[in-house]
Ligand binder design. Structure first.
Ligand code: UD1
Length: 364
């Protein structure tokens, strides 16, 4: 069985790493799975890509398509053009895509048009918010996917409603959590810990990068003020995403309560998450990690494709309305937050389940 695995942007790397490990373990028996790892180059710099390959022990990709940034169409088109050439030169039985980024969509389309079966890890999740490029990526990818590996029962029901059949849908859990549990004993304290006088449960950790929160300067500044005026003096450690950096640099000033640092690697970021009093984010993946680590989490989005993080986990959706943000930050920093439980099958053993299932599908 030959697989081509796609990794393109930061949140893909932690989802693909355990799958590669599961293949290596599988190959220790007398059966053999070959794979080709394609990095689309959607994320390309040290902080957004290289560090993750190193820390997650992802092998050098067989090829980097170096597609880089651009508008939605420019980026998607560059990935498609370059991946088409690669897949024609190196045919596979399955192209495996993860998550919801532009690389996921681009490579799924290319594979399907070359009559290669598409496997989507994290298929079926829906925010129903079509202003998010990720939601369009999910819907279009799933409409042409042959086999879905899902993180929740709800994702499976969404896919059934869209006409997919039970034999295509495999509820296996969450590969991102495989990575979290695999590496939790190796989380690293960043070197700025003492310099910034950080203390366990003494700071909030924040990430922001959604276009709806950061692309408009007025909105961004409103969000930052709502946080800084209601944090009860608790400092907010803020690793700044490159998209957000471009915007922050245009603001006259931001509160000193925000401790700005570079985007962090996986081991340091999750050390910071695990030791924080709470997280403020607009990422989806971080809400899953917060839930598993039982860390309070405020999500600056009006909706989520991961409702289990709210219903079972520690996450609360507050949108980007300043009054709602203020209220949530006040409650969190005064220690008034729910505790959560871990969603079913998020047990660290998802990737081996995926590989066993794919092998069965291939040999059926
Ligand atoms: C992308 C994903 C999003 C994911 C996020 C995590 C899509 C549609 N969006 O959004 O789902 O949550 O990644 O980061 O696929 N840049 C760098 N260095 C890099 C990569 C990007 O400086 O290594 C800069 C580029 O100049 C670019 C900007 O960051 O303009 C945004 O990158 P892009 O990949 O277009 O989208 P993200 O906002 O990162």
């Amino acid at each position: 069985m030959k697989l081509t695995l796609i990794a393109g942007a930061r949140p893909n790397f932690m989802k693909i790493a355990p799958v590669l490990r599961a293949i290596d373990d599988f190959n220790k028996g007398n059966k053999r799975i070959e794979y080709r790892l394609v990095h689309t180059g959607q994320h390309y710099d040290q902080a957004m890509s290289d560090t993750f390959f190193k820390e997650l022990s992802i092998p050098e990709p067989d090829i980097n398509l170096n597609s880089g940034s651009g508008t939605q169409a420019t980026q998607t088109a560059a990935i498609m053009t370059r991946f088409e050439e690669d897949l024609i030169a190196h045919p596979a039985d399955f192209v495996v895509v993860v998550g919801d980024v532009n690389s996921t969509l681009a490579c799924a389309i290319v594979a399907k048009k070359l009559h290669t079966k598409v496997v989507h890890i994290e298929g079926g999740i829906r925010s129903w918010d079509l202003r998010m490029p990720e939601e369009i990526n999910r819907m279009v990818t799933d409409s042409i996917t042959d086999h879905f590996f899902t993180t929740s029962e709800l994702a499976g029901s969404n896919l059934q409603r869209e006409g997919h059949t039970d034999d295509q849908i495999h509820f296996v859990g969450n590969t991102m959590i495989d990575t979290l549990l695999h590496l939790k004993d190796r989380f690293q304290q960043p070197s700025f810990w003492d310099e910034l006088a950080l203390q366990k449960s003494g700071y909030l950790l924040m990430t922001l990068h959604r276009p709806s929160n950061v692309d408009n300067l007025e909105k961004l500044s409103e969000i930052l003020s709502a946080i800084a005026e209601n944090n009860n003096g608790v400092p907010v450690l803020f690793p700044v995403h490159p998209r957000t950096r471009k915007q922050i640099d245009q603001l006259a000033s931001i509160s000193k309560d925000f401790l700005q640092v570079e985007p962090q690697g996986y081991l340091k970021f999750n050390y910071l998450a695990a030791n924080s009093a709470g997280i403020i984010t607009d990422s989806g993946g971080i809400t899953e990690e917060a839930t598993v680590m039982d860390i309070p989490c405020i999500t600056l989005r009006a909706n989520t494709e991961r409702p289990e993080t709210v219903e079972l986990g520690t996450n609360e959706l507050v949108g980007n309305d300043p009054a709602q943000i203020a209220d949530a930050v006040r409650r969190l920093t005064s220690g008034n937050w729910k505790t959560g439980s871990v969603p079913p099958m998020w047990d660290g053993k998802t990737a081996p389940r995926i590989i066993e299932t794919l092998w069965k599908i291939f040999n059926a």
